[in-house]
Design a protein around this ligand. Structure first.
Ligand SMILES: Cc1ncc(COP(=O)(O)O)c(C=O)c1O
Length: 455
């Protein structure tokens, strides 16, 4: 075997094997890491094996064990072993997955993986799929197609004419949306001033009557509505049927931010959370969160494939496109890119439908278990309705106690989670997003959290 690959495999296996019992957070700060990793860039290069060995050793104290079963930070997602291995093969193949002529296999893999995901997510059978770096770029893609369509219906070709002089366009969003929707609106030239925030309930769900009122304010304006399957703090889901009906009455486009929550559709036990989501027009989700494939992997689905390809695709003689097959690059913004659908293909095949359902249910059941253990302790208060994988918990009924517990667990190292603010109060935010988290991991982590509550 190539000695560098062998060494990389050994170093990686050591990392993977020891991750579950390691201190979960980072242990070195940036100045220590600069001192360890920093070097004069040599003139003639260095030995590859030495570079890999030292890189592994020097980076190690600043690595976060985000693949640990007791990592509950943000909504990061663990890594299924088969997906990690498929990702290594993806790197070894180093296919430019952007065009069919660069890699027919990667076009077919992406077509199949996207189709299986669409099916599991309960989306319309004809919806198109693009693979992006993450949900952020899935939003950029979905909202670009939305812009194309709602302006197109008003006789304006946004791709051709740009936005100067275009009909006014608003994006109606939940007050409690994820910030990547704002980033997409900024990048697409729509402008934050054209966001219209709609009030949400105590769980962060759009209040349909408020949405109705906002839509009626400028009833004929070109409109995109965004809603979410899985609020980043509470995990709450919208009333999709109501939202889609109201939006469509106003000829608006509905885009769903389902970064982690859209996967509720894959399990019988939680499918009700996304009832009506298939009525929307575009959907953004991640592979690297709930599905537990490695970063970077997002997916965007669009009800109208013609609008999708019409927004994104470009052509040139040298591209050798006379094949009638899928060009992956027609469905997402990047041109040359890695074959990021391959780990999704491997993960879905290895799990099967029941395996995906168990994956999602396992995370959600562990979140419920956290809420039960912590909620039974008089020093803790569960702040949200735990409907999916997110738990918000306060300690000692004070912001200072929440911050003390957060800092304490991050330093102690049994588990890792970060704090947020919900309705003006600090809360520890626990996101169970890893296939490997067991009931014992939850017990250990809950005990570690309670041990940090100030007396
Ligand atoms: C609800 C929601 N939307 C969008 C995103 C952005 O996803 P990504 O980081 O993959 O771009 C996240 C990330 O946590 C999220 O939780």
């Amino acid at each position: 075997m190539d000695p560098l690959l062998e060494l990389a495999a050994r170093l990686s296996a050591e990392h993977v094997d020891t991750a579950p019992e390691r201190h979960v957070g980072w242990r070195a700060d940036a100045s220590e890491l600069r001192a360890a990793l920093g070097r004069e860039l040599s003139l003639d290069g260095e030995d590859g094996e030495a570079v890999l060995r030292e890189l592994a050793a020097d980076a190690e104290p600043g690595l976060v064990m985000s693949t640990s079963p007791r990592y509950f930070g943000f909504v990061i997602g663990g890594t299924l072993p088969v997906a990690r291995a498929a990702d290594w093969m993806t790197v070894a193949w180093d296919q430019n997955a952007g065009g069919y002529s660069c890699s027919p296999s990667m076009s077919v893999v992406e077509e199949l993986a996207g189709g299986w995901a669409r099916d599991l997510l309960g989306l319309p059978a004809h919806a198109s799929c693009g693979f992006t770096t993450g949900c952020q770029m899935a939003h950029v893609t979905g909202l670009a197609v939305a812009r194309h369509s709602v302006l197109g219906r008003r006789g304006w070709n946004a791709e051709e004419q740009g936005l100067n002089g275009a009909p006014p366009l608003r994006v109606v969003v939940p007050e409690d949306r994820h910030i990547t929707v704002d980033a997409a609106v900024k990048l697409l030239g729509i402008g934050l001033a054209n966001l219209r925030a709609v009030a949400c309930d105590d769980q962060g769900r759009v209040i349909p009557s408020e949405l109705e009122r906002e839509l009626a304010r400028e009833p004929d304006m070109a409109t995109i509505v965004t809603v979410q399957a899985g609020n980043v703090n509470t995990g709450a889901f919208e009333d999709f049927a109501a939202v889609c009906e109201l939006a469509h009455q106003h000829d608006a486009w509905v885009h769903v931010d389902g970064a982690f929550g859209l996967w509720a559709a894959a399990t019988e036990r939680r499918r009700g959370l996304v009832a009506g989501v298939d009525q929307a027009d575009s959907w953004a989700t991640d592979g690297h969160k709930t599905l537990n494939v490695p970063h970077d992997c997002g997916m965007v689905f669009v009800r109208d494939p013609d609008a999708h390809i019409g927004t994104i695709a470009v052509d040139a003689h040298y591209l050798q496109r006379q094949h009638g097959e899928r060009n992956n690059g027609d469905w997402s913004p990047d041109f040359s890119r890695r074959a990021r659908a391959t780990p999704v293909y491997a993960a879905l095949r290895a799990l099967g439908r029941r395996g995906v359902a168990n994956l999602v249910d396992g995370m959600c059941d562990r979140a419920t278990q956290f809420a039960e253990i912590l909620g039974a302790d008089p020093r803790a208060e569960i702040v949200n309705d735990v409907v999916f994988n997110q738990v918000l918990v306060r300690f000692g009924d004070s912001d200072a106690a929440v911050d003390a517990v957060t800092a304490g667990i991050q330093q102690e190292g049994t588990c890792w989670a970060s704090a947020t603010e919900w309705r003006g109060r600090r809360a520890l935010r626990i996101s169970v997003s890893n296939w490997a988290t067991t009931p014992e991991d939850v017990e250990r982590s809950a005990a570690a959290m309670l041990a940090q509550v100030p007396a």
